[in-house]
Design a protein around this ligand. Sequence first.
Ligand code: F6P
Length: 323
Amino acid sequence: MKTIGVLTSGGDAPGMNAAIRAVVRTSVFYSKRAVGIYRGYDGLIGGETNELNAKSVKNILEMGGTILQSARSDAFRTPEGREKAALTMKSQGIDGLVVIGGNGTFTGAHLLHEEHAIPVVGIPGTIDNDLFGTDMTIGYDTACNTVMECIDKIRDTANSHNRLFFVEVMGRDAGFIALHTGLATGALEVILPERNTTLEDVFASIERGQSNQKTSNIIVVAEGNKIGSTFSIADAVKQRFPEADTKVTILGHLQRGGSPSCADRINASQLGVAAVEALLNGKTDVMMGMVTGKITQTFFQQAIFNKAPLDMELVRMARILSI
Ligand code: F6P
């Protein structure tokens, strides 16, 4: 293998740049050519590439977003799109690929490997932390810290006005951000995609808060929860408790930005080195991960189809601590 390509795909996540840097510098360290592919699989299909060297990735370790940009490619979902991508790799002499992203990224990577025998290794990069085969995806720690800071600020104003805030956080399929930040900010309740929380449960938590004379309350709502939109939950609560001063804050895409945390930079750096070394050792069709401090490899299909488990014990503890 002489040339290694790298791309970022799906939702961007803080720490993706640290991973790109690690992939490029490790390739150069082993005397390989490194090629950056822009805008994810769309750029691979269109041949949007640029050779990168150790200097091209200087001063990006601390930057949020991705210098290669990202995309959710519809074209790559088709066999024709993947055929074009394989042709780009052939014509540009790219022998192996490192893809940084989440579920959708690895679904595409698996098909590229299967249909065109292209060596491809993945690095888990998503704020959602919803990939099986790694303790922490790149971007998750930074996103949690961002959300925690925001909720702390909301708590200040909630306290000053005796208000009940519903704070919606990202996570359409997974409640990692909601559960962990709920615990870290002392939320009264967390509403998760993984649990069948009902409006009655939410009402009961509010009643519990009232009987304990809590002056401010935060309810963290994961966007993919099973009850409904955060505004509809807040409306139902207002109808049940007309005296409650309710407010809704949707944190949205600010959760995806910002300089990566120390943990994300280290995770991204380790996985970037490991991904290139895995490719050079003939590995393919696998996602690199870090499990209890050790580098692991998980087949793409396993990483995609197995659900990353949420620690339900934390739900119980959050409840104990929110009295
Ligand atoms: O997968 C990461 C994520 O941020 C999810 O938490 C969220 O539901 C989704 O991406 C939003 O995607 P987009 O930026 O394409 O709207």
